[in-house]
Design a protein around this ligand. Structure first.
Ligand code: MG
Length: 218
């Protein structure tokens, strides 16, 4: 079973569902030529997609274009349904960094046909995930920085104050649709700078000053 750990505490949560936002940063919407959605666009990854630091991303044979997307990850500590924005942050156990690995060629075909994205987004190893810092360490989740380096070269450098939907609204919205439970993980969308990975690449994702994640591509 895949677990999420709170760093420094020994507390581990079995990972439940992983709910992800697409198109939550204006600069990334522009780079892919998408429209800004009226409502948050959601999809899910299965818990089996998770890998941790030191593990390898394995690109499925049905894709020729696998992209990285660095994202702020939220770990739910207290469940709920129809959680109000005002108390939403109280439901978090921790903050971490994730990679939403995406088979862009497969996703583009699915988009064209109006089909669900799961096979482009939820394949095994598609969700590298760091450990989580306790939620009380983060005073303001809209004042965090995300970075991604590939082979030592900076590719993404984004600030969470550029999110269209802030963390509290994301939790409120998701919990209006799906009951949240302890161990659920939320990925909050990627800033600009996404691009392809190749075999042998080493990826280092950072929630700056708080958490790091190191994985490589098989
Ligand atoms: Mg994403």
């Amino acid at each position: 079973m895949k677990t999420a750990c709170i760093m420094g505490s020994g507390v581990e949560y079995p990972i439940g569902k992983i709910v992800c936002l697409a198109r939550n940063y204006v600069d990334h919407i522009k780079e892919l030529g998408n429209e800004t959605p009226a409502q948050p666009v959601l999809f899910m990854k299965p818990a089996t997609a998770v890998i941790g630091s030191g593990e390898e991303i394995r690109i499925p044979t049905y894709s020729r274009e696998c992209h990285y997307e660095v994202e702020l990850a939220l770990l739910v500590g207290k469940g709920g349904k129809d959680i109000p924005e005002e108390s939403a942050l109280d439901h978090l156990a921790g903050y971490g960094v994730a990679l939403d690995m995406t088979l862009r060629d497969v996703q583009n075909e699915l988009k064209k046909k109006g089909l669900p994205w799961e096979i482009a987004k939820g394949f095994d190893t598609s969700c590298p995930l760091s450990g989580f810092v306790p939620a009380d360490v983060v005073a303001d989740p809209q004042n965090l920085r995300l970075r991604l380096e590939i082979n030592g070269e900076l590719r993404q450098d984004g600030a969470t104050d550029l999110m269209i939907n802030p963390v509290s609204r994301i939790i409120a919205h998701i919990s209006s649709l799906f009951t949240l439970e302890p161990g659920d993980v939320i990925l909050t969308g990627t800033p600009s700078g996404v691009g392809p990975v190749a075999s042998g690449d080493r990826l280092r994702a950072e929630l700056v000053g708080l958490a790091t994640l190191d994985v490589s591509v098989k």
